[in-house]
Design a binder for this molecule. Sequence first.
Ligand SMILES: Nc1nc2c(ncn2[C@@H]2O[C@H](COP(=O)(O)OP(=O)(O)O)[C@@H](O)[C@H]2O)c(=O)[nH]1
Ligand SMILES: [Mg+2]
Length: 277
Amino acid sequence: MRQDYEIGEKKKTNSHLRRETHHRSEMKIVLIGGRQMWDIEASGKSSIGNTILGIDIFETGRRTAQCVSGQRYVYGRQITLIDTPGWWWGYPVDNTPKLDQLEIMRSVYLCHPGPQAFLLVIPVDTVFPDIFKRSLQEHLELFNERLWRHTIVLFSTITPPNDISLQKHIGDWPDLHWLIKKCGNRYHVLNVNNRGDDTQVTELLEKIEEMVAGNDGNHYETDQALSEELEEKRLAVNEVAKQMMAKVQKQRTRLRALIKGEFKCVCEILRTRLKET
Ligand SMILES: Nc1nc2c(ncn2[C@@H]2O[C@H](COP(=O)(O)OP(=O)(O)O)[C@@H](O)[C@H]2O)c(=O)[nH]1
Ligand SMILES: [Mg+2]
């Protein structure tokens, strides 16, 4: 059954709380999310990163294979953003390449001592069936359970946002409603095609500050021992990948030489036959 989501009420409470929140001079944020949603190409993580920082730091429209860090002083704050590889919405974590999983896990170690916020990027108009929820839960288990208290659902859009249709959309997809609740009712809409609108970014930063204040100023805690273990695994998986690439390259070269030889042979036969006729 569809449930309407009370966005209006929530907004009132938030703006009241936000007034009591202090500006943070420094913010470390990790962008997470899926990588493809059926007819929609991507979540828009990199586009969101560029919109927040106000310049094109992250490459868009291409797979982010490794975490990328972007830093800029904007709206009176030093912002560090970590862009991460995405996962295929609706697919179990086992379908995500091991290197991508390790990169996603590594993201929190690229902003020492740990991020204050995670922005979970989802296109505003996308469907959100149960299979997406399960995929999301599995992928977020790459982090620890404390992630949820540092997460804001960030709806990306390329058209002007509409509160009424968002409210209806959340009502239409109970798992999306569940997700927003799981994130302490924190969400924001950002139009990546409207870089000129400073308000949408400053409001997001205020929401992050409000969340950080609610977490007593604490960042997401990372585990240094796990960081070293991750680095070792990453180097090992990278080495295996390199060896496989070298093997494939060798096979390709051999195959090319073989085809070239065969081609030469066929040409010779044709030439002889032509001479005979
Ligand atoms: N339809 C739609 N396209 C989007 C949205 N957000 C970003 N895009 C576009 O999708 C393409 C890929 O976005 P990108 O930021 O690279 O996604 P990422 O793979 O999650 O980092 C870009 O051309 C964006 O302009 C959205 O909310 N809806
Ligand atoms: Mg990207």
